[in-house]
Design a protein around this ligand. Structure first.
Ligand code: ADP
Length: 550
């Protein structure tokens, strides 16, 4: 046996691979070949190792139960030893890793044959330092990428919490328990690799326990906690009461991590990840990953919460608007009947007073005010009813061929009679401007615009109504020299109930519905409205309407 050239027995592909250790023993388990890699990593020169019985050089191989793999190699069997299960074959310091006591190794021990006969053993050793970290890093990266996408899928709080628990199993944990208390609502989610145990735990924790302790805050360790070997004492650190302690114990955690879930700086709950005995214990790397998961999960949960709050606020606001609209509509209808009677009677009285032989001036003035104010009130109620009709799609026009010039002139003339302190200039082309229009609605629209021009010019000043036509359209412009409108407000003027700050600032009252109705009337005619204004200088409102096709 001693005349065998042991070096020559090493397969050529192996001897050229300097990145691993190669160890050959003879049939008596005496070391016969010890390559450079082993010299470098063990610090034992080949001259010292070769000739030495393996069990003498490494007595712990017997203690650690590894020598039996050499014995099996001598009867022709090959063993693969993974660093995950055995740690290392031969004790060596880990290169560049003072934090690791021994270099983790993957090893293979097999028979060495010559002419079909086993003449010894050959083992190869690979350095696995950093393999786990690398693998872990990859897992962590892809896990976090999936996590963010998964958590963004639902906008339901409970579903997101449940999803979070499920995602961690089995990649990071054999089971996961999340307990959260958000805005007074207690939520728990449980996931387990074994669905039957998940159901059981769910039933015990969520259904039975939480229902009885809804108002109770979940037990929340404030700092991240890594428990590499779970004991009863360690479990009590993360359990509120005996019931939870028992549940956790029954789930048989071997190692676990508890991380706080925070929202807006405040802790809202805890995520508990646990592994059972078949998996390696959690490391500091796992803890860091769990903290990152908790950070992202808390962010996703905060988004879901904000979304829900926004939805709720929106629903409340919509409901408030609905109630307001309903109120306006009912109030307007209810007010209209007595007002019509009141106005009719006042007008009758006005006529009776006027027919007297010697009408008393004071009574005449009084009844005139009563009629005028009743008419004003009537207009306001009509406007409110219009808004309600627009909202419910019941606002319509009854168009017929008409001369717009005649209508505008008449409205201007009538306005002149009523308005004393604002001269109204009117300008129009010679030729009639024919349109298909609803006279009553267009009159209402013009009265509104002229009325606004007067109302929002408290200092007086001329109001101009200019009618023009061209390119198939008629244009009515109503211009004043009043308070004007800020650019920001101009964009919102035609919205329902909108009033510009300048109106309030000048103490000019109104309901903010006139322009909304003006816009609707113009649009029902196939036209459009516009405004151009400079603050403190005046405003020009324009309405464009399609001319009648000849
Ligand atoms: P109201 O006049 O009853 O408030 P409107 O719908 O007619 O309602 O007008 C909406 C808002 O537009 C007014 O509150 C006012 O701020 C502004 N506005 C309308 N017309 C003028 C104008 N000619 N000059 C200045 N501001 C105006």
């Amino acid at each position: 046996m001693s005349d065998i050239n042991w070096q020559a027995t090493v397969p050529s592909w192996l001897s050229s691979a300097f990145l691993r250790g190669i160890l050959i023993t003879d049939i008596d388990m005496r070391i016969r070949f010890w390559n450079d890699w082993l010299e470098t990593h063990t610090g034992t020169p080949a001259a010292e190792a070769v000739g030495c019985p393996l069990r003498d050089l490494y007595p712990d191989l017997t203690e650690r139960g590894l020598l039996r793999h050499y014995e099996r190699a001598l009867v022709g069997e090959t063993s693969r030893l993974s660093h995950n299960a055995y740690g290392y074959l031969l004790p060596m310091p880990a290169p560049g890793r003072p934090d690791l006591t021994q270099m983790p190794q993957d090893a293979q021990i097999g028979p060495l044959r010559a002419d079909g006969c086993v003449i010894g053993t050959i083992s190869t050793i690979e350095d696995c330092t950093g393999h786990d970290e690398l693998r872990q890093e990859d897992t962590a990266k892809s896990f976090l990428a999936d996590l963010s996408a998964e958590l963004a899928k639902s906008l339901d709080y409970g579903a997101t919490v449940q999803r979070l628990a499920q995602i961690t199993v089995p990649t990071l944990a054999d089971w996961c328990l999340i307990d959260i208390c958000c805005e007074g609502e207690r939520l728990a989610a449980i996931a387990h690799v074994d669905p039957a145990r998940a159901r059981l735990a769910e039933d015990r924790y969520r259904t039975q326990r939480l229902q009885r302790h809804q108002d109770e805050q979940p037990h929340m360790p404030e700092q991240p906690l890594l428990i590499t070997r779970v004991t009863l004492a360690a479990l009590s650190l993360i359990s509120t009461d005996l019931e939870t302690l028992e549940l956790l114990r029954d789930l048989e955690p071997e190692s676990c991590i508890a991380v706080p879930l925070k929202s807006g700086g405040a802790q809202i709950g805890t995520m508990l990840l646990a592994r059972n005995s078949a998996r390696p214990a959690y490391s500091l790397g796992d803890l860091a990953l769990a903290e990152e998961i908790a950070r992202r999960a808390a962010m996703a949960l905060e988004n879901v919460r904000l979304y829900a709050a926004a939805q709720h606020a929106r629903a409340l606001a919509e409901e408030a608007v609905r109630v307001r609209d309903a109120f306006f509509s009912i109030a307007a209808h209810e007010l209209r009947t007595p007002l019509t009677t009141l106005l009719g009677r006042a007008q009758m009285l006005q006529r009776l007073i006027a027919q007297r032989d010697e009408p008393d001036e004071r009574s005449q003035r009084t009844i005139q005010i009563v009629v005028a104010q009743s008419q004003r009130l009537n207009k306001m109620i009509t406007a409110l009813l219009d808004v309600s009709r627009i909202q419910t799609g019941r606002f319509s026009i009854d168009p017929a061929p008409m001369n717009l010039t005649t209508l505008v002139r008449r409205v201007v003339d009538e306005s002149r009679l009523m308005i004393a302190d604002h001269p109204i200039r009117f300008q129009s082309p010679e030729a009639p401007l024919m349109i298909d229009g609803d006279e009553l609605r267009l009159e209402q629209m013009l009265q509104n615009l002229i009325g606004n021009a007067v109302k929002y010019s408290p200092g007086g000043g001329q109001v101009s109504v200019i009618l023009s036509g061209g390119e198939g359209r008629a244009m009515i412009a109503v211009a004043d020299q009043g308070i004007g409108i800020a650019p920001d407000a101009q964009r919102q003027l035609f919205q329902r109930f909108y009033r510009a700050d300048s109106a309030e600032a000048h103490g000019i009252s109104g309901m903010g519905i006139g322009l909304f109705v003006v816009k609707e009337i113009a649009e029902l005619h196939g036209g459009e409205v516009g405004v151009q204004s400079d603050e403190d200088k005046g405003s020009t409102f324009t309405v464009r309407l399609p001319l009648r096709q000849l």
